[in-house]
Design a binder for this molecule. Structure first.
Ligand code: PMP
Length: 432
């Protein structure tokens, strides 16, 4: 039998005692979650919540096909990719079928942080340059290198002061509340970024790597202002650098219209990082790149990850892609996401606290402001709203450096009824 939980009131204390406090938990007084099914979470008292935050579990919680494949493969064989088996080739080929032909090589790892870390090793080996350019308000992972290029002050309040010398940041091209706003903002941000690329080259520290999410997840589903990304790709490449698209958060069909976020911008990256959705919760990540870039790292030595690309992980990865594609979840995310966005915009007509609805498909951000002119962030109101939403049966959390955006990134199987339930509860919470 599984280990028995202690009395609920004692369990939180045991957690705080035994599990490093660095690893916080949602809510001051959290429900004890015991089960999940599709986009629903169920606590030990039997209460249901609609889960609007689990972007990892794309197919939904407790997915029977993923569970069946995992159980089957555990019994047959689970070993590492230095052995020869079909699953690793099959998953790699399936991933390559989703990207343009010039991206022809896959490396399998266990998480987004590992994917970003490995991507940085690849681009540094290929470009022969150490310096990396990224944008503000971003999160790319917890390993030493992925943390170094993470600029978000919500995860690390001292990110600006602790950044190593090889990391440089330009402003997130946010056309809603950044330095440049409205139409033409993208070109203005691009001009600033190009100036920084030129300055770094002149200073003898030319950019070897450009890393950005094609839509900033951590900042609250903030799109990169129109025209920004192609111009920056061009300048980075003209200077001998290469471009990483971090798709850990917004890729894999979640945005509805595009399977990969970079497609929105009409660019093709040199390196893609992906994780979260790939394993539906099983630890799985990948780097997708060109063979000449992979070769540059191969020239320096071998790469091996004990569990990355294991028989088990590869079969789960293939099954997740099978179900995602067979069930049309990308199209589903587009349709339900558009409906949800429209309903949230209608809510904004009645609730002035909603300043903007960002995002596409089932990756949305509801930005709360005290004043639509000054855009004063409503951080405390956002926190209070999340607590109230929990009471009303919805799990939703704040995000961003100002903690004033509700991040809406549910399992991609979210039903229209659950989307409507979320909007109705938000309406109630905003009214109360
Ligand atoms: N990149 C992005 C854009 C992310 O959002 C995250 C995780 N939130 C990571 C990388 C790191 O992924 P992981 O937590 O799987 O290490």
């Amino acid at each position: 039998p599984p280990p028995q939980d202690g009395p609920a009131d004692d369990l939180l204390e045991r957690r705080t005692g035994a599990y490093a406090p660095l690893q916080g938990h949602y809510y001051v007084d959290p429900p004890q979650i015991e089960r999940g099914w599709r986009e629903h979470l169920i606590d030990t008292s039997g209460r249901h919540y609609v889960d609007m935050v689990n972007n990892v579990t794309v197919l939904g919680h407790g997915h029977p096909e993923v569970a069946a494949v995992a159980a089957d493969q555990w019994r047959r064989l689970n070993t590492n990719s230095r052995f020869h088996y079909a699953a690793v080739a099959e998953l790699s080929e399936r991933l390559l079928a989703t990207v343009p032909d010039e991206l022809d090589t896959v490396l399998l790892v266990n998480s987004g942080s590992e994917a970003v870390d490995l991507a940085l090793r690849l681009t540094r080996a290929f470009s022969g340059r150490e310096d990396v350019l990224c944008v503000t308000e971003s999160y790319h992972g917890w390993t030493v290198a992925s943390d170094a290029v993470s600029t978000s002050t919500s995860d690390n309040p001292r990110a600006d002061q602790t950044r190593p010398g090889w990391v440089h940041a330009v402003e997130l091209p946010n056309a809603y509340r950044g330095t440049h706003r409205g139409p033409g903002a993208g070109e203005a941000y691009a001009r600033d970024a190009v100036a920084e690329i030129e300055r770094l080259a002149a200073a003898g520290t030319p950019v070897g790597t450009w890393i950005v999410e094609p839509r900033n997840g951590n900042a609250g589903a903030i799109g990169l202002a129109d025209g920004f990304l192609p111009r920056v790709y061009e300048a980075v490449r003209a200077g001998g650098g290469v471009c990483i698209s971090d798709e850990v958060q917004v890729g894999y069909g979640r945005q509805g219209e595009w399977f990969w976020g970079y497609e929105e911008h009409g660019v093709v990256p040199d390196v893609i990082t992906v994780a979260k959705a790939m394993g539906n919760g099983h630890p799985l990540g990948a780097v997708i790149t060109r063979s000449d870039i992979a070769q540059a790292l191969a020239d320096q030595g071998t790469f091996f990850s004990s569990a990355g690309g294991s028989t088990l992980s590869s079969r789960i990865g293939t099954t997740v892609l099978d179900v995602l594609q067979r069930d049309g979840l990308q199209e589903h995310a587009r349709i339900v996401g558009e409906h949800l966005r429209r309903e949230l915009e209608r809510l904004a007509e009645r609730h002035p606290l909603i300043g903007a609805v960002h995002g596409r498909g089932l990756y949305l951000g509801v930005e709360l402001v005290r004043d639509r002119e000054t855009l004063e962030p409503a951080g405390e109101e956002t926190a209070a709203l999340c607590d109230r939403m929990l009471q009303l049966g919805v799990v939703v959390q704040p995000t961003g450096d100002r903690q004033n955006i509700l991040k809406v990134k549910p399992p991609m199987c979210l039903s229209r009824d659950s989307a409507d339930f979320f909007v109705a509860r938000l309406d109630e919470a905003l009214s109360g």
